[in-house]
Design a protein around this ligand. Structure first.
Ligand code: HEC
Ligand code: HEC
Ligand code: HEC
Ligand code: HEC
Ligand code: HEC
Ligand code: HEC
Ligand code: HEC
Ligand code: HEC
Ligand code: HEC
Length: 408
């Protein structure tokens, strides 16, 4: 009698059983996929790979890999979806409308992908460069894997989905197979992330190292407003510090700064509406509302320092891009991630009353760009920018200079 081999027989040294023992003999970490959302016997038992096999028939890995007759590199076992990088295309083959993970398809806007870390925009070059670790032999090593367009790992490759996610391990802090055996709803601490984002968004600050100084400041919502939620209804306890303001997926429509909340009103510039969404009467920052905040828009300010230089004071065009000649907005003076200028340190861990030497100011006044035009008045004008004293006529409506559009 002729016997059709299957995954338990076929002369295999170890049966390819439900705990993926065969593959685990050499790929231990990958076998932790068993019992997670990527064990399709749990989340999509009827799904078939290219060979028309379900996971029940061919084992947990077979949903994505086959050892023979694979579809291109990575021993891939199924068709792929859209994506500039082969790995992104692998994910979107399932995470897409009408596919097995349609409930978790990503509408975007998403975190920048399919570019190399050192192709970051000028203002982020310095920060993201520190993501590369130079070892003693002057070789570049990265903490998270980067990929060629074809999906191979390479130290100077692109950021793409598996840069932040390891599809095989549900919870980076629990080395072992998933145990729930049901479809879990992920959060910032699991979701197949390479590093947990709880509580302090450590995944994000692996690359955005300087932004880690936000911890313990007035912009750490776990300290000043733990109950507040972003547009996806997540608190920072569920999704990490950064999530109060930024989202890696499904951010605010135009994708500007990957914004994770509804922008406010009171300014015609979107970069100011980011701040004004919270610093408003009905916002999370309602205890700290400023009304006099507009520098005359008709004044075009030029910056001699190049973008990316430590001394560059960001000035913006109407679209919110940092430029060499543009207007002064909130972020020209405030760096929302660092409590005090020149002090690269985390905050004190409790709500703090700001002064004109802290308050997330970007520069000590000595370094500011006001002097070119305001000369001797510039220190006063900078330090008391929101106060009536630095405004014409004490900020009264009648004597406002003509450039002050929209000034309350
Ligand atoms: C839901 C899909 C999926 C399942 C199920 C899956 N993998 Fe993967 N695997 C991927 C993707 C996508 C990549 C490429 C991304 C990467 O390198 O991290 C990959 C990469 C790999 C790699 C090469 C990179 C590395 O981590 O060393 C190995 C080895 C691997 N998988 C083994 C396995 C084994 C063994 C199983 C079953 C126990 C399995 N995979 C189950 C999607 C899957
Ligand atoms: C005897 C050890 C061994 C066993 C058992 C084994 N593998 Fe591998 N596998 C390897 C080695 C070695 C590589 C090459 C690793 C490398 O290139 O870094 C590899 C590579 C891979 C890759 C990546 C291929 C690529 O092109 O990047 C995948 C996916 C993979 N194996 C899946 C599996 C699956 C699924 C099973 C179980 C059916 C399995 N392996 C069983 C040793 C093994
Ligand atoms: C074989 C199909 C398949 C592939 C390929 C695949 N996934 Fe999934 N993934 C699923 C399914 C099914 C779920 C469970 C969806 C649900 O909850 O309804 C899931 C769940 C997830 C979740 C957890 C969502 C949550 O919070 O519940 C994440 C994160 C995820 N996948 C990321 C990825 C990434 C990143 C890739 C590519 C590197 C990828 N997946 C490739 C099928 C796939
Ligand atoms: C810069 C890092 C980063 C990159 C790149 C990235 N992700 Fe994510 N992803 C995250 C984080 C962080 C979360 C967890 C969000 C949370 O706190 O719930 C997440 C969550 C998810 C989820 C679950 C969403 C939900 O609604 O529950 C899916 C699915 C997912 N990612 C798939 C992908 C795919 C597919 C790609 C590539 C197109 C990708 N991710 C690229 C960081 C990233
Ligand atoms: C692998 C490194 C890496 C990780 C991890 C990472 N980022 Fe980024 N991020 C970058 C790079 C590089 C850029 C610049 C891309 C560009 O300029 O096109 C960037 C850009 C951004 C931007 C600016 C987007 C814009 O439109 O200008 C924001 C906001 C951001 N990241 C937030 C996050 C958050 C939040 C996380 C965690 C969920 C995160 N990043 C994780 C590397 C990373
Ligand atoms: C309270 C709100 C808030 C929180 C929390 C927050 N940010 Fe931001 N972030 C902003 C605002 C506003 C901007 C735009 C102004 C600017 O460029 O500084 C921004 C800009 C950025 C940029 C783009 C900078 C550039 O030069 O274009 C990155 C990257 C970024 N944030 C990363 C992070 C990371 C990582 C975290 C968590 C550790 C984080 N942010 C937490 C408000 C926040
Ligand atoms: C020209 C520089 C400059 C600009 C532009 C600017 N600020 Fe300020 N801001 C300051 C200074 C200086 C302080 C510190 C005042 C003090 O505490 O004495 C301050 C303080 C604040 C405070 C704390 C007020 C309080 O009551 O303690 C908030 C909130 C604030 N700014 C928000 C904003 C927002 C929102 C914008 C844009 C819509 C903005 N700022 C634009 C310089 C500026
Ligand atoms: C997620 C909501 C949120 C966003 C977005 C946000 N803030 Fe805040 N901010 C807060 C909260 C909450 C506090 C603490 C207020 C308190 O003391 O009760 C705060 C505190 C401050 C303070 C210190 C006030 C003091 O004197 O104690 C300044 C200055 C400030 N924010 C400026 C800004 C600027 C400028 C932006 C935009 C670049 C911004 N914030 C964006 C929520 C936000
Ligand atoms: C390119 C020249 C230029 C630069 C640079 C500049 N300003 Fe001005 N500023 C002006 C002009 C012009 C006016 C309107 C005429 C006036 O009131 O003097 C003005 C007005 C003001 C006002 C009064 C607004 C009112 O309502 O009456 C303040 C306050 C102010 N600037 C602060 C600053 C600060 C702080 C800086 C540095 C961050 C700065 N300016 C940089 C040209 C400049």
């Amino acid at each position: 009698m002729k016997v059709e081999g299957d995954r338990m027989t076929s002369f295999l040294r170890i049966p390819n059983d439900d705990s993926a023992k065969l593959c685990a003999a050499c790929h231990k970490q990958n076998s932790y996929v068993v019992g997670t959302d990527h064990d399709l016997s749990i989340t999509a038992p009827n799904e078939r790979n290219m060979e028309q096999q379900t996971v029940a028939e061919a084992g947990v890995c077979s949903a994505c890999h086959v050892v023979h007759n694979a579809w291109g590199n990575g021993l891939w076992s199924r068709s792929v979806g859209l994506g500039e990088n082969r790995n992104e295309a692998r994910c979107s083959g399932c995470h897409w409308r009408r596919k097995s993970a349609s409930k978790k398809s990503l509408r975007g806007p998403n975190h920048p992908m399919n570019k190399r870390v050192n192709e970051a925009k000028a203002s982020l070059q310095g920060e993201t460069a520190s993501f590369y670790i130079y070892d003693s032999e002057a070789k570049v090593r990265t903490e998270f894997p980067l990929f060629t367009r074809d999906g191979f790992r390479t130290p100077d490759g692109d950021i793409t989905c598996p840069t932040c996610h390891n599809v095989h391990v549900w919870d980076p802090e629990q080395a072992g197979p998933g145990s729930a055996r049901k479809n879990l709803e992920g959060d910032g601490g699991n979701s197949f992330l390479r590093k947990s984002n709880l509580p302090n968004s450590q995944l994000c600050t692996t690359c955005h190292a300087k932004k880690a100084f936000i911890q313990g400041t007035d912009h750490d919502m776990s300290i000043v407003a733990p109950e507040s939620k972003n547009r996806l209804k997540q608190s920072v306890a569920q999704s990490g510090i950064c999530s109060a303001c930024h989202l890696p997926h499904n951010a605010q429509k135009d994708g500007y700064q990957l914004w994770g909340r509804t922008p406010g009103s009171g300014s015609e510039l979107k970069q100011e509406r980011l701040c004004l969404g919270c610093h408003a009467k009905n916002g999370v920052g309602s205890k700290k509302v400023v009304t006099r905040f507009i520098h005359p828009r008709k004044v075009l300010v030029t910056e001699a320092h190049r973008i990316g230089n430590e001394s560059y004071a960001p000035i913006y065009d109407k679209e919110g891009n940092e430029v060499q000649a543009g207007v002064i907005t909130c972020a020209t003076c405030h760096e929302p991630h660092i409590w005090a200028p020149g002090i690269d340190k985390k905050g004190p861990g409790k709500p703090t009353e700001g002064t004109n030497r802290t308050s997330f100011l970007r520069f000590k006044s000595s370094k500011n760009i006001c002097r070119n035009c305001h000369g001797l008045d510039s220190l006063q004008k900078f330090k008391y920018f929101h106060s009536p004293s630095s405004r014409k006529g004490g900020g009264s409506r009648r004597s406002r200079p003509p450039g002050l559009i929209g000034q309350p």
